[in-house]
Ligand binder design. Structure first.
Ligand code: Z5A
Length: 207
């Protein structure tokens, strides 16, 4: 069995990750590729419970250490029960966020030490890294404006604009460090243009 490819979608809120996930799935399926769509934090029963705890805006103050460890606890479950088995069975896995989000939000947003994140990445993932990461990038205000009318604001969405600016810079730094894996998609353009750019970038894996 040929192992599948692991693709992740990243970017700050409202850039269009969820919207484009469905588009990518459909695009890959046209090539006869079986696709498993998932998300982080989440993707398994336990990891979804952790997601709920992480996003709950009414909980006690969550320490940045607890937040970081919960992200990786959810990720460990996700890798073991969803990502690895799916890849081993030849599926392509498409995840709405993965570890680049930790570098962006906990590293950039919360100013946590990169060396701690690197250690946890190695501890939890071993050699597992995405084959391709699509970084949907747009000015923070654009994404925020797109999701402004949501009825429920989660614990992250309640953060200040400066937090998301640091997260965006964190993502761009990750891209500088991993230029072969992380590809920038300009998300501040009409959806049809975003999807044209995504299709073009996916050719790297479809060749
Ligand atoms: N988090 C973390 O801190 N550390 C980690 O390691 C991980 C996560 C894995 C939950 O993520 C939170 O977890 C997240 C970071 C943290 N918090 N924040 N912020 P999430 O993925 O569930 O949350 P999100 O980024 O806030 O998702 P989102 O708000 O749904 O954004 P999106 O998926 O990128 O956007 P969308 O839902 O596809 O689109 C938003 C709207 O814009 C929608 O109405 C679309 O129709 C519209 N849209 C999309 N594209 C366009 C274009 N091109 N033009 C016009 N309108 C568009």
């Amino acid at each position: 069995m040929i192992r599948g490819k692991f693709i992740t979608l990243e970017g700050v809120e409202g850039v269009g990750k969820t919207t484009n996930l469905a588009f990518i799935k459909e695009h890959l399926e046209k090539y006869g590729i079986p696709v498993v769509v998932t998300r982080e934090p989440g993707g398994t029963l336990l990891a979804e419970k952790i997601r709920h705890l992480l996003l709950d805006a009414n909980s006690e103050t969550v320490t940045e250490q607890a937040e970081l460890l919960m992200m990786f606890a959810a990720r460990a479950q996700h890798i073991k029960h969803v990502i690895e088995p799916a890849l081993a069975q030849g599926n392509w896995v498409l995840s709405d966020r993965f570890t680049d989000a930790t570098y962006a939000y906990q590293g950039g947003g919360r100013n946590m030490k990169v060396s701690t994140i690197e250690w946890l990445e190695h501890f939890v993932q071993g050699h597992l890294r995405p084959d391709l990461t699509l970084l949907l990038d747009a000015p923070v205000e654009i994404g925020m404006a797109r999701v402004r009318n949501r009825a429920v604001i989660d614990r992250f969405e309640a953060e200040k604009v400066s937090f998301f600016e640091r997260a965006r810079r964190g993502y761009l730094l990750q891209m500088e460090l991993h230029p072969h894996r992380i590809k920038l998609i300009k998300a501040n353009q009409p959806l049809v243009e975003v999807q044209r750019a995504i299709t073009e970038t996916l050719r790297i894996l479809l060749r």
